[in-house]
Every structure is written in C-alpha cells, then in structure tokens.
Design a protein around this ligand. Sequence first.
Ligand SMILES: *[C@@H]1O[C@H](CO)[C@@H](O)[C@H](O)[C@H]1NC(C)=O
Ligand SMILES: *[C@@H]1O[C@H](CO)[C@@H](O)[C@H](O)[C@H]1NC(C)=O
Ligand SMILES: *[C@@H]1O[C@H](CO)[C@@H](O)[C@H](O)[C@H]1NC(C)=O
Ligand SMILES: *[C@@H]1O[C@H](CO)[C@@H](O)[C@H](O)[C@H]1NC(C)=O
Ligand SMILES: *[C@@H]1O[C@H](CO)[C@@H](O)[C@H](O)[C@H]1NC(C)=O
Ligand SMILES: *[C@@H]1O[C@H](CO)[C@@H](O)[C@H](O)[C@H]1NC(C)=O
Ligand SMILES: *[C@@H]1O[C@H](CO)[C@@H](O)[C@H](O)[C@H]1NC(C)=O
Ligand SMILES: *[C@@H]1O[C@H](CO)[C@@H](O)[C@H](O)[C@H]1NC(C)=O
Ligand SMILES: *[C@@H]1O[C@H](CO)[C@@H](O)[C@H](O)[C@H]1NC(C)=O
Ligand SMILES: *[C@@H]1O[C@H](CO)[C@@H](O)[C@H](O)[C@H]1NC(C)=O
Ligand SMILES: *[C@@H]1O[C@H](CO)[C@@H](O)[C@H](O)[C@H]1NC(C)=O
Length: 576
Amino acid sequence: MFINSAATAAFTLISYSFTLIPSVHSITVTFPNIPPQNATMNAVADNFLGVSYELSSFDTLWGKTADAVPEAMQNYMSNLNMRTTNSLRIRVGGNAMDGSTYVPTMTDQMLVLTDPDAYFNDQPTNFGPVLFDVMNTMAEKAGQMQFIIGLSMRDPSNDTNVIQLSQAAESKLGSRLDAMLLGNEPDLYAGHGEREAYNISAYIPEIAQVMNDMRGQSLLDKPILGGPTVCCSWSLGDVLNAGLKDDGYKYFSIQHYPNNACSGLNAQNTNMSYYLSHTNAHSFTSWNADGINLAKSLGTPVLLTEYNSVSCGGSNISNTFGMTLWAIDAGLQSAAQNVSAVYIHTREYGVTYNLFDPPSSKNSLDPDWRTGTMYYAALFLSEATSSSTGETIVADLNVNNSIYSSSATVAAYGLWSVNNNNTNSSSDTRNKLVLINFGTNTSASTQLFEISAPPSGSSTTIQYRVLSAPSVFEDLDISWANQTVLRNGLLDGTQETRTMECASGCTIEVPGPGAVLVLLGEGSVFYIDPEPTDSSSNDVQNGGVQRRFGSTSSSGVVACVMVVVGFMVGVVGGFV
Ligand SMILES: *[C@@H]1O[C@H](CO)[C@@H](O)[C@H](O)[C@H]1NC(C)=O
Ligand SMILES: *[C@@H]1O[C@H](CO)[C@@H](O)[C@H](O)[C@H]1NC(C)=O
Ligand SMILES: *[C@@H]1O[C@H](CO)[C@@H](O)[C@H](O)[C@H]1NC(C)=O
Ligand SMILES: *[C@@H]1O[C@H](CO)[C@@H](O)[C@H](O)[C@H]1NC(C)=O
Ligand SMILES: *[C@@H]1O[C@H](CO)[C@@H](O)[C@H](O)[C@H]1NC(C)=O
Ligand SMILES: *[C@@H]1O[C@H](CO)[C@@H](O)[C@H](O)[C@H]1NC(C)=O
Ligand SMILES: *[C@@H]1O[C@H](CO)[C@@H](O)[C@H](O)[C@H]1NC(C)=O
Ligand SMILES: *[C@@H]1O[C@H](CO)[C@@H](O)[C@H](O)[C@H]1NC(C)=O
Ligand SMILES: *[C@@H]1O[C@H](CO)[C@@H](O)[C@H](O)[C@H]1NC(C)=O
Ligand SMILES: *[C@@H]1O[C@H](CO)[C@@H](O)[C@H](O)[C@H]1NC(C)=O
Ligand SMILES: *[C@@H]1O[C@H](CO)[C@@H](O)[C@H](O)[C@H]1NC(C)=O
C-alpha cells in the first residue's frame, strides 16, 4: 500500500545552503558507485537492529502478565518497529535464562526469582507460559516481532526441561519464533562453576545429544537452533570446525563487549577515549572474523545476540552520548564485517547501559520511564538500514584512514541498496551515508565532510538528518532529527529532514559530537513520522498506547511511512 500525500505532508523540508568553501579541515568522503567485493556477501535486512533482554528482569520491563504490558515499553518498541518494514528482532535469554527452569503450570505470572542471594549477573528464575503470552501481546500492540529465546545447556544429561520449554515456545510463539539459542556463553561455563572443566570437545557431543532428543520430539523439523553464543574465550571458527557447522543450525551467534565491570570500575571501563576511536570499534568487531567469514561462506547468518559498552552492568560512562556514537559505529561495523543482525542488550533497573529504565524495579506500569543514551543508537540504526529493495550492503569508507589511524576523530559508512533483480553487485546503487564526528566534549567542533554528487539519474538534492548532543558525556539532551525521546518512550519535537543541493558534490556539517544520516540516490528511503492524528478520530483498538500525538489519550494509527528521493513512495507497516 502506498500513500503519497501523507508522505509529502508529514515531511518537514528545510533547505540549508552552504557555500562550497574548500577547507583544510574538511574530510573527503569517497563513496564508490559499487560496493567493495568483500562487502557484497552480506546484504542486511532493514531489521538489522534488535533488542536483547535478560530473562530475570524481563517481567519488570514487558509486564508480569499479558494484561499488564507497560505503555512506555509499547512506545519504545513501536518507535523502533515503525522504522523498518521487517519485524522487530527481540531476544530474551542471557545467563538468567540458562539458569532458569520452565514451569508449565505457572500460569499466574511470568516469572519468580528463585534465589535472592544469587550473583547479580546470573539470577535464576522459575518461569511459565505467561512469558509467551506477554511476548505475543507486545507483538500485537507494538508491531510485528520475531523472537529468539534461550535454551539451557547447563545440564544436558537431563534435558527434560529444555524439551518442555522448546515445545511450549514453538507452539505458543508459532511463526514469531525466529530461533532458540542452545546454551548461553558456554565458554564461561567452567569459569562460572557450571562445570569443573569444559572445552569445545566436551561441548560438541552434548549439543548432538540435546539435538537428538529435540529431533525425537519433532522440534527440529525446520532449522530453528542458534548457537554457540560464545562471548569470550572460545573461537567461533574452532567451534564450527569442531562440528557445529554440520549441525543444521539456522544461525551462528556470538556476544561481545569491549570491556567489563565485573570487578568494579577501572581505568579501562571508564575510558571514554577508547569508545571514541573508530580504530577500536573496528578491532572490537573483528573479534572472530575468521569464524564469521566461515559461517558466511557456508550461507549461515551470524547474529551478534548481545552487545553493549561494558559487560556486568556497565560503568559510569555507559549512559553517555559517547556510547550512542560507539554503538552506532560498532553496529554498522558489524554489518560491514559479515554480521547479519545485532542486538543491543538491556537489563534490570539501574544498569547504566540500559536502553530504558522503569521508574523503579517494582513499578513498571507507572509513567516516568527514563530513556538511556543507547536508545538513540537503536533509533538511528533502525533508520539507517532501510532500503526500497529491502536489502542493504554496508562498507566502511575508511575516511581520513580512520580504520587504522588512532588520531582520526571521524568515521563514515557507505550503504548501497541491493538490486534484487540482478546478482551482479555492480547494479547495486548508492543509497545512504553515515558520517560520524566523535568530536570532543564541546560543541565547538563541527566537522565538514565533502561528499560527491548523487548517482546520475536521481535527484541532485540530498536529504539528511542530524544526531547531536552538547558533549560526549551528555545523558539527556540528545536530539535525533530534531526529536528527543521523552520519558515513557514518547518522541518530542517535529522530525526534521534537511535538504541540500548537491549537483556537483556538497559539504555537510556534522556537529561535534554527532552523526548524520544522508540519503542520496534512487531507492533511498527514510522513515517519516506519521502526521499527528486528530484526537477525535482516535480508535480504541490500540490498547491505550500513549503516542506523542495523543497527549494522555490513545492515538489511532501508527504507520510506517518512507520516502524515496526523486519520487515519494510510502509504505505502510504495522498498525498499533
Ligand atoms: C575489503 O576490501 C576493501 C577494498 O578492496 C579493502 O580495503 C579491505 O581491507 C577489505 N576488508 C577485508 C576485511 O578484507
Ligand atoms: C530431570 O529433570 C526433570 C525436570 O526438570 C525432573 O523432574 C527429573 O526428576 C529429572 N530427572 C533426573 C533423572 O534427574
Ligand atoms: C577437553 O577436556 C577433556 C577433559 O578435561 C580433556 O581430556 C581433553 O583433552 C580436552 N580437549 C582439548 C581439545 O583440550
Ligand atoms: C584509553 O583509550 C585510549 C584510546 O584507545 C588509549 O590510548 C589509552 O591507552 C586508554 N587508557 C587506558 C587507561 O586504558
Ligand atoms: C565476508 O565473508 C566472505 C565469505 O567468507 C568473505 O569472502 C569476505 O571477504 C568477507 N567480508 C569481509 C568484509 O570480511
Ligand atoms: C568514572 O569513574 C572513574 C573511576 O572511579 C573516575 O575516575 C571518572 O572520573 C568517572 N567518570 C565519570 C564520567 O564520572
Ligand atoms: C585526520 O588525520 C590526521 C592525520 O592522522 C589527523 O591529524 C587529523 O586530526 C584527523 N582529522 C580528523 C577530523 O579525523
Ligand atoms: C526490479 O524489477 C521490477 C519488476 O520488473 C522493477 O519494477 C524494479 O524497478 C526493478 N528494480 C530495480 C532496482 O531495478
Ligand atoms: C557485472 O557487470 C559489470 C558491468 O555491468 C561487468 O563489467 C562485470 O563483468 C559483471 N560481473 C559479473 C560477475 O558478471
Ligand atoms: C573531556 O573533558 C574532560 C574535562 O572536562 C577531560 O578530562 C577529557 O580529557 C575530555 N575528553 C575528551 C575525549 O576530549
Ligand atoms: C523542531 O521541533 C520543534 C518542536 O516540535 C518545532 O517547533 C521546530 O519547528 C522543529 N524544528 C525544525 C527545524 O523542524
């Protein structure tokens, strides 16, 4: 379905004209007509960005029962979902799910914590089928979703509970069940005391055993398993070569953080400069490159099912705008290095790297949720990978030698729209640019980027949106396309898209610190905010989600509208 008029009307166009004054400080962006050969194998869908949740706090975020799903969370999820045509990716799991027990008879609430003295990074629960009811309800309210859950490998000698859980997940989530990750971070089992000694040779036959039992219950009739979900000490390539590559997995999964705070704050996990270096983002994402590329050559997608700034709950710099930029850089870098989707991890109330927090750990139904700086990275990434053909190729443009030069304070990515009619990548078209200025702490460090003209045949006018904050240490005053996420996940402000004439190239100012998403070329699409709906026309079928248009009353339709440069085309996505 297409709505041209709505797209035109909802679109704020502001013309900015900059004179092309050559500047010694400007960075030249070379955006080739066709993507580099080594990037073309990884065409990512527009739902490249997902959200990962730890099971033990999931009820405090999504609700304890299906009739108590917090409106704030519906808004947060819907904002992301509206920006893509494909279903929003959600993963529920973590150490918590690995250590939990599925109790089919527990039908009054999603979960209970079973060990009040448990280590805070590994809280076991008993959980029941309400988990799936809540997940389905959210998908009905906040737009279509595809779910990944965790299956424990801590006691494969008795997998009765694993079988029960996977049966329930398959039957209750149905086609929304994207995958089940068999075992969470098995490379830490020995370190965490799950096993005395544990290595890949012990792991592989255990996986085979559980798969065999699942197959016996017809749970593997189609590819549905993911793994090995290694995080730290095993190499993905070693696990695949030890046998996992022949197990018929749907996905291979890894989880990674650049630093940890497991023993408190230290010089590394509080080091802002580390996160503002594109060279570091590149090395971080290269972890397991051999295994990822092996998986890619076998045709199996690799998912980064958890990432965030500092594991074990973050540090004192995890909720800063610096981390917004880092998460965008690490996310796009993953796309450029053969990863098919990335999931930003979020946890219980008070963890500094969270995307969002309820007003307290007990009152998720109350208003006044807090938006974390990582949420802006999620919004940005959800918009960045949209494409009229549904698939995008991402490559690091290595501006100012930023992959290798630690003195560079910039980064840029090229995004090409995949031409699905033609397998020859020379027919893929330049679509978008992401320009990042890691800047400094101050607002006085705008960076100029010189870009070349849009591809011939498309409009010579480019469009772009700006992400900015006063400092890399900022935690609240962040603006994405002139919008700020207020409490409760409501976007405040009118979405702003700037335009610029670029017939023979042009210069774009990226505020410091900040990032810009540029749209150029035919086949480029931006998500556009739907027009505010008249409150008198509100309907009641949306479950009472508060939208920014509806003040305290429920609003009506939330559409996913996108614009294509040169000619405007709208696409209607999920209705809330
Ligand atoms: C991919 O190709 C580009 C361009 O040829 C090259 O600069 C880059 O180093 C290659 N990347 C990898 C990971 O091989
Ligand atoms: C296996 O686990 C199930 C459910 O968790 C439990 O009821 C059963 O007693 C266990 N069996 C053995 C032999 O430990
Ligand atoms: C794995 O651990 C087992 C038992 O501790 C040991 O016998 C085996 O040699 C180890 N394998 C490797 C590859 O290290
Ligand atoms: C902080 O990060 C910068 C940039 O990567 C690095 O040069 C510096 O050594 C780091 N400092 C510490 C204490 O880790
Ligand atoms: C992606 O994987 C393919 C297949 O292994 C490989 O040829 C290509 O170089 C990889 N791309 C990058 C950027 O590493
Ligand atoms: C974070 O904590 C470290 C170590 O305690 C301290 O040196 C640093 O100033 C703190 N940073 C911020 C942004 O609060
Ligand atoms: C570009 O690279 C040069 C040389 O490494 C460096 O001096 C300069 O600060 C860098 N500029 C930016 C904006 O990255
Ligand atoms: C692909 O083919 C369809 C149908 O022929 C056409 O409408 C569309 O424009 C083509 N897309 C591209 C990118 O060439
Ligand atoms: C792809 O198309 C380009 C030009 O259209 C041509 O030069 C190249 O040989 C083609 N590559 C393949 C693999 O067909
Ligand atoms: C940011 O400013 C603080 C003091 O305000 C300074 O200590 C720090 O080095 C600056 N960091 C960067 C990355 O410029
Ligand atoms: C930014 O949002 C504010 C508040 O809605 C609005 O008044 C203003 O016109 C917007 N600015 C632009 C440039 O769109």
